[in-house]
Design a protein around this ligand. Structure first.
Ligand code: V47
Length: 370
């Protein structure tokens, strides 16, 4: 179907009229068109298109969640160059929470109606698989109403290695204990050239995608992230998005795409902080390329609240949540706070011109505040 562009749109999209028409008529963009969005088309023009798609999906709404993040340990056998969180065992700052420590963290917030507990940690050299299963069981007993979103695909692969069980058996054990979703971390950036620089010891892109696919087939939902703003090219960003899109075509299990800007302090990579224009472009291109993922998250912790707010106009429809405690981005120099109140989140959304809607992990709406 051809939709004629208005005179104003003809000016904005000069030279890229067919790309703009495809977006306006809901057609899928090719890889090369994604690259053009980064390389050739201005930020306001890309934002204009992304906002049309975003409002077609979520209209006047912008989502937030009451969640609690728990990082059970920073000890990790890998040494990813972008990561400022990991420590070697018995070195300064290395920590591992006992189940009693974790119980205390949850109990300290039991008076708050948290709908999600998000757990992620390093690849610990000594903890047995039973620690991870027991943690799920403990959290489920303490917070039966909350959705447990725990352990990304890299951790699931590691649990399979340390337990000698298949990925399916690992997921079965965790699901039986109460696991309901996987966070989207560990995907980093899929291009092998970039992985060699960022995370040569980490599982491959293919393994990450395959574990996620297995999880979806077993009935779990997940998120998917993209770490950007380090050494990658626009082509490598779009390749990452297209591979996520292909997975989603197969399984439909991805709830939310989360572009994470690289935070440059205290890590071996020694890069630079992204600038806001680039952050907004990534949010917008994510919305336009990932036509089969309903939600794009502008995570306020990584982006800063003002940029997350503007991103709501550039394709994003979610800003994440109350969080309570965050280490991964903060160790790497994020200057944001690590918690926000519900009132602050609502105010942020409202002053960006949207209606705040509290959601759970699965984007079931809990409360709309008009
Ligand atoms: O996989 C690590 C990233 C991720 C740095 O699923 C860094 O809802 C920037 O996955 N600069 C972990 N990023 C966090 C994560 C996540 C966050 C929010 C929501 C969800 C979700 C998942 O953090 C890692 C890595 O990609 N990371 N170090 C850094 N220096």
């Amino acid at each position: 179907m051809i939709q004629a562009l208005t005179a104003e749109q003809e000016i904005i999209f000069k030279g890229y009229e067919s790309l703009a028409e495809k977006v306006l008529t809901g057609q899928r963009l090719f890889f090369e068109e994604g690259v053009s969005l980064f390389r050739n088309i201005s930020l306001p023009a890309v934002g204009y298109l992304a906002n049309i798609r975003r409002e077609a999906v979520s209209n006047h709404k912008a989502y937030y969640i009451r969640n609690q993040v728990i990082n059970y340990s920073n000890i990790c056998i890998n040494r990813c160059s972008f990561c400022a969180f990991h420590r070697k065992r018995d070195t300064n700052g290395a920590y591992t929470l006992t189940l009693a420590d974790i119980e205390k963290k949850v109990r300290d917030h039991l008076h708050e109606p948290i709908s999600e507990i998000h757990v992620v940690g390093g690849l610990h050299p000594d903890l047995p698989f039973s620690y991870y299963v027991d943690m799920v069981r403990l959290l489920k007993s303490l917070r039966p109403q909350a959705v447990l979103k725990m352990y990304d695909a890299v951790e699931i692969d590691y649990f399979s290695r340390i337990s000698g069980k298949s990925v399916e058996r690992v997921l079965e054990d965790l699901m039986e204990a109460g696991l309901q979703a996987l966070p989207g971390g560990g995907a980093e950036l899929f291009a092998p050239r970039v992985r060699k620089i960022l995370c040569p010891e980490k599982i491959s892109a293919e393994r990450w995608l395959n574990i996620t696919k297995i999880a979806h087939r077993m009935g779990l939902k997940s998120n998917a992230t993209m770490l950007y703003g380090h050494v990658e090219t626009p082509e490598e960003r779009v390749d990452h998005m297209v591979r996520i899109r292909e997975l989603q075509d197969e399984t439909g299990g991805i709830l939310n795409f989360i572009p994470l800007p690289y935070q440059p302090l205290n890590n071996a990579l020694k890069g630079k902080r992204t600038f806001a224009g680039d952050d907004l472009k990534v949010q917008a291109v994510s919305r336009l390329m990932l036509d089969n993922i309903p939600h794009v998250k502008a995570f306020w912790i990584y982006l800063t609240p003002p940029v997350a707010q503007i991103a709501l106009n550039f394709g994003a429809d979610d800003i994440d949540g109350t969080v309570i405690e965050e280490h991964v981005a903060h160790e790497a120099g994020a200057e944001t706070r690590s918690a926000m109140t519900v009132n602050e989140l609502k105010k942020l959304i409202r002053s960006a011109g949207y209606t705040p809607v509290e959601r759970d992990t699965f984007f079931r709406e809990i409360r709309e505040d008009r």
